[in-house]
Ligand binder design. Structure first.
Ligand code: NI
Length: 272
């Protein structure tokens, strides 16, 4: 059982960097420039199933003093989200989203239902629920493909389950880069493919938030009928801008985060 927030975040980070080794390589490249990384937020995904929704994932963070802040809607993705503010400023925010299953076909709901039915009731009350991974047996690869046709998000949660979808570099805390654009150039020069959907930078100083992300590198996933490389976890970069009162904007903007979700849609080698 995880008894402190630092241990929980460390566990999420270890699992995340195993799936996305880019993060540690980027940390090392930034360290050469004298920059340490401040984590702006971690992001978790789930289904709006009555037992598995945002509230269930939030419970452990709330037990460590996190408080619910703003809610967001992503109608094009059929996803909603809430972000949680940390009890201390040096801890990351937590962004939890859920897929609105009722808006999908019977086919998608049947496949997801066949997975969620396997979740043992006691795993829901376990504080380590958010690091539990898939709480169901591996699915058939064609079921994954079927989900992916309607929702890349549904496919991702079905394959990866409960763990961090991404961690996020706070660009404001880097001293060797003034802008997100400069950081993006640096990442491209070092061979990290970025999510270019709608341009690499989502948002603008005017809406107080700029975001970019790598394309999730492939993970060799064990399906019921064999293994296949599928998109895993991406690394996100956020530059926050000052509000009228001088403080940095601390929220999220649905219109720009919408395209960040697409960072897990395709492998870097696939044509988007
Ligand atoms: Ni994010």
């Amino acid at each position: 059982m995880t008894t402190d927030i630092h241990a929980l975040l460390d566990h999420l980070w270890q699992d995340y960097t195993r799936l996305n080794p880019q993060a540690q390589r980027i940390h090392a490249l930034l360290a050469v420039r004298g920059d340490g990384v401040v984590n702006d937020h971690i992001s978790l995904r789930t289904f709006d199933h009555p037992k598995l929704g945002i509230d269930t994932s939030a419970r452990i963070f709330e037990s460590f003093g996190y408080t619910a802040a703003n809610e967001y809607d992503f109608p094009a993705k059929r996803v909603r989200a809430r972000h949680y503010e940390p009890p201390e400023p040096d801890l990351p925010k937590v962004f939890i989203s859920e897929l609105c299953l009722g808006e999908f076909s019977h086919g998608v709901r049947d496949i997801v239902g066949s997975l969620t039915r396997q979740v043992a009731p006691d795993s829901l009350s376990d504080v380590d629920y958010v690091i539990g991974g898939t709480l169901w047996n591996p699915m058939m690869h064609d079921a994954y493909d079927r989900l992916r046709q309607e929702s890349e998000y549904a496919a991702w949660v079905s394959a990866f389950g409960f763990r961090a979808n991404h961690f996020t570099v706070l660009v404001n805390a880097l001293s060797s880069f003034d802008t997100l654009a400069e950081l993006n150039d640096f990442l491209r020069e070092h061979g990290f493919p970025l999510n270019e959907s709608g341009g690499s930078i989502k948002g603008s100083p005017e809406i107080l938030l700029e975001q970019s992300a790598t394309l999730a590198p492939p993970v060799s996933m064990q399906f019921a009928d064999g293994t296949a490389d599928i998109p895993g976890c991406y690394y996100e970069f956020v530059q926050r801008h000052p509000m009228a009162d001088g403080g940095l904007f601390q929220g999220f903007v649905a219109s720009s985060t919408d395209r960040i979700f697409e960072s897990t849609d395709h492998l870097p080698t696939e044509r988007a």
